[in-house]
Design a protein around this ligand. Structure first.
Ligand SMILES: [Zn+2]
Length: 233
């Protein structure tokens, strides 16, 4: 199975890897730094290069077998099986996703309600909360900025499926179950303020989120508040 390097180190921008499968425009590699679409976070885009050729990766997905599928544009040259490639992600875009993704974790730790949905993009991101009360935008923004300024350390921890079953309170997101094919589950720990199962790409510390603000707040139903965050720079 593809070795998922983005899980061990979300800051990898390039990698060298062999092609294990090449069918039409879908390339599978031995190891990959490309994050696949999932958990509300878009799949990475970037390039695969070899022998003077360059293929454009226009999306990344994960199949049922857990293989990372690099999807090439129609005009791209196709590398053969066994070819050794230099791979590079669009780092600027990914780093925005990491800032947004981490920002949403902070939003979820400020608004302590069940999360029923979410979406990340480089320009704006949102979480849907299972709540009836109106959202105090100013207070939420202040609390968020405080968590960013305190620059909490962010780390991954691994626990077994059994340990997770014994602590169901860890799962805040009701719509997204953590990956159940893995024997162990990755937990994301933000200082001592948040602990959540999550397979996404995160920053090393909350300070890197940078300047953040609350965007629109929408009432999407009696028990649903959709809260957007935006990055200022
Ligand atoms: Zn996450």
């Amino acid at each position: 199975m593809t070795q998922k390097l983005y899980r061990q180190d979300a800051y990898l921008k390039t990698n060298i890897s062999g092609v294990t499968s090449s069918i039409d425009n879908i390339i599978i590699l031995e190891s990959s730094i490309f994050y696949p679409l999932g958990g509300g976070q878009p799949g990475d885009i970037g390039t695969l290069s070899w022998d003077g050729h360059e293929a454009k990766v226009i999306n990344t997905t994960i199949n049922e077998a857990g293989e990372i599928q690099h999807i090439l544009s129609a005009e791209s040259p196709i590398p053969k099986m066994g070819e050794i490639l230099t791979t590079a992600i669009d780092w600027e875009r990914r780093y925005l996703h990491m800032r947004m993704h981490t920002g949403l974790h902070l939003l979820g730790s400020v608004l302590k309600y069940g999360v029923t949905g979410g979406n990340i993009s480089a320009s704006k991101s949102r979480l849907d909360f299972d709540m009836e009360e109106p959202v105090d935008k100013e207070k939420v923004a202040q609390d968020l900025i405080k968590l960013v300024d305190e620059n909490h350390l962010i780390q991954s921890k691994w626990i077994s499926q059994k340990e997770l079953r014994e602590q169901p309170e860890l799962i805040r997101t009701m719509s997204v179950k953590p990956p159940s094919t893995d024997q162990n589950i990755r937990l994301l720990a933000i200082g001592d303020i948040d602990l959540q199962p999550c397979g996404g790409t995160h920053l090393n510390s909350t300070g890197e989120v940078g300047q953040i603000r609350i965007g629109k707040v929408e009432k999407k139903g009696k028990r649903n508040r959709r809260v957007y965050i935006e990055l200022i720079d």
